[in-house]
Write a protein that binds this ligand. Structure first.
Ligand code: GTP
Ligand code: MG
Length: 204
């Protein structure tokens, strides 16, 4: 179990995992396509508007951003993948920054992969999920912006995703449906983090 979030503060933005804060606390990261709603979700979960910088323009978050919760654990806002308006070389730098962070950050307990609930399964998201599988990193799936579509479409898209995942996975990861706008899915995600929290030991 974890305490409800009483305090959330920005710690540091890092250009690579070696520059991140000392890995001595449990950490949970948020990843997904550019503009999917990662920063908004962090603000919604912590209840602090403007804590993580958001923007209608994709590519807002360009560094690894650490937020300290209750002076005890970290939430991490990562840059989005698949941002079209950058050079191939720049994209490769971003990609290796994210992948190195995910592979080497010893205190990372779980990564939440955000998927825009408005779309049918997208190749780039499926490829990222596949990569997480091949390197055996634990993850959950968070559908975002559920306020932007009707119940039927939402159901249709999430079911299509689940079916797609079941083609390569024996079982589904934890799946959350959220809206940062309507504050949906907050309790479920925080409760889940609470169940994972004891997994952290300083000597991992
Ligand atoms: P990058 O940092 O650029 O990778 O984007 P991000 O994934 O952090 O997305 P961000 O939180 O900045 O949100 C992108 C846009 O989507 C903003 O205009 C948000 O207001 C909007 N948005 C995010 N979540 C929701 C949601 O749940 N509902 C609605 N309607 N809009 C949302
Ligand atoms: Mg962002």
């Amino acid at each position: 179990m974890i305490e409800p979030i009483k305090e959330a503060s920005f710690v540091i933005s890092s250009p690579e995992y070696t520059k991140c804060p000392k890995p001595d606390r449990a950490e949970y990261a948020f990843i997904g396509r550019s503009n999917v709603g990662k920063s908004s979700l962090i603000n919604m979960l912590t209840g602090v508007k403007g804590l993580a910088k958001t923007s209608a323009m994709p590519g807002k978050t360009q560094l690894i951003n650490h937020f300290l919760i209750n002076n005890s654990w970290f939430l991490v806002d990562l840059p989005g993948y698949g941002f079209a308006r950058i050079s191939k070389a720049q994209r490769e730098v971003f990609e290796s920054m994210i992948k190195n962070y995910l592979l080497k950050r010893n205190n990372l307990i779980n990564t939440f992969i955000l998927i825009d609930s408005r779309h049918a399964p997208q190749a780039i998201d499926l490829a990222f999920i596949e990569w997480m599988g091949t390197v055996s990193l634990p993850f959950s799936i968070v559908f975002t912006k559920s306020d932007k579509l009707g119940k039927t479409k939402l159901q249709e898209h999430t079911t299509a995703y689940k079916n797609q995942l079941l083609e390569t996975w024996e079982e589904l990861p934890p799946i959350f449906i959220t809206s940062s706008e309507k504050k949906l899915g907050r309790d479920e995600i925080l409760k889940y983090i609470g169940t994972l929290h004891p997994l952290f030991t300083a000597d991992r």
